[in-house]
Design a protein around this ligand. Structure first.
Ligand SMILES: Cc1cc2nc3c(=O)[nH]c(=O)nc-3n(C[C@H](O)[C@H](O)[C@H](O)COP(=O)(O)O)c2cc1C
Length: 269
């Protein structure tokens, strides 16, 4: 089956699909758009989605599986407020969200941008409190080793360890009832960047479900660095690598205010 099928009775030959293709592999022929290099298709579905008359089929992103856009876009003020309201949640009620809730939360991350539409994000949800504690302990061990090795993060890690080891405060996993570990195939070179995009989606969506999240930066840095004791605990399938970690739970407290940030720093040339 060819990559593209064109309904010639509908096609306007307007060229919008050609112009929109991220891989620049389409051109306009006598009979409508054609693909000049099938293997360059990243299956993003833009060509099909943008066609004003629904004349195009792409075998990777069939028209019938594309949902028509019917709802109006949020107005800018509402969207701005909504995005500004997102906060990291570090105090959780001691109960884990349900599998259904966690599935819904992670499901939205499928729509986050990924390099070359590579997608390929896998998740392990860890809910065992003892395992989460063991993970945090392993990260603390890693920090100690990093300090001893003269890491550039020495001062920061020393502060973290003061809280974690000396004061017994879980600054690493925040007593979260659940950790989500993102992983990709080892050969995926953009997994970490993709995971960051996925977290942005999950973090924005979480409060709409009554959930709270925080990126578990210490844990994910330790995992991305390949610290074996941590990776042994997480126990990812062979040929996969850890690319991110996030804490999830029900927030214990509600934010009443939105703090100000640094002013916008931009230069127009
Ligand atoms: C890459 C990254 C790593 C982070 N790691 C942690 C972390 O390990 N622990 C934590 O409490 N917050 C972590 N955060 C959350 C930031 O501290 C937080 O986004 C920042 O202080 C702003 O607060 P807000 O998210 O509530 O707006 C991380 C954020 C990012 C983007």
């Amino acid at each position: 089956m060819d990559l593209l099928q064109v309904d010639k009775s509908k096609c306007l030959k307007c060229g919008i699909c050609v112009e929109s293709c991220p891989s620049c592999i389409l051109s306009m022929g006598e009979e409508g758009p054609k693909c000049d290099f099938d293997r360059g298709c990243m299956a993003c579905g833009h060509c099909v989605a943008v066609c004003p008359v629904g004349a195009l089929e792409n075998k990777y992103t069939p028209l019938e599986k594309q949902r028509p856009i019917t709802k109006p876009m949020l107005d800018a003020e509402t969207a701005y407020e909504f995005m500004r309201m997102r906060r990291s949640v570090r105090t959780f009620r001691p109960v884990c969200p349900t599998e259904e809730e966690l599935t819904k939360l992670l499901d939205i991350t499928r729509y986050a941008p990924t390099a070359g539409n590579s997608q390929g994000m896998y998740y392990v949800v860890i809910r065992d409190a003892e395992k989460i504690k063991a993970i945090a302990d392993a990260v603390a061990d890693w920090m100690e080793e990093e300090i001893a090795a003269g890491s550039e993060n020495k001062r920061y890690f020393t502060t973290v360890l003061r809280a974690y080891r000396d004061r017994g405060q879980d600054i690493i996993a925040r007593n979260a009832p659940c950790l989500v570990v993102a992983h990709t195939r080892r050969l995926n070179t953009t997994g970490v960047s993709n995971a960051e995009q996925c977290w942005a989606y999950a973090e924005l969506f979480a409060p709409t479900m009554g959930l709270g999240t925080t990126i578990a930066g210490f844990i994910q840095s330790c995992g991305i660095a390949g610290y074996k004791p941590l990776l042994d605990l997480v126990a990812l399938p062979p040929k996969y690598k850890m690319v991110g970690c996030i804490m999830v739970g029900y927030p214990k407290y509600k934010f009443k205010r939105m703090p100000e940030r640094q002013h916008l720093k931009v230069v127009f040339e």
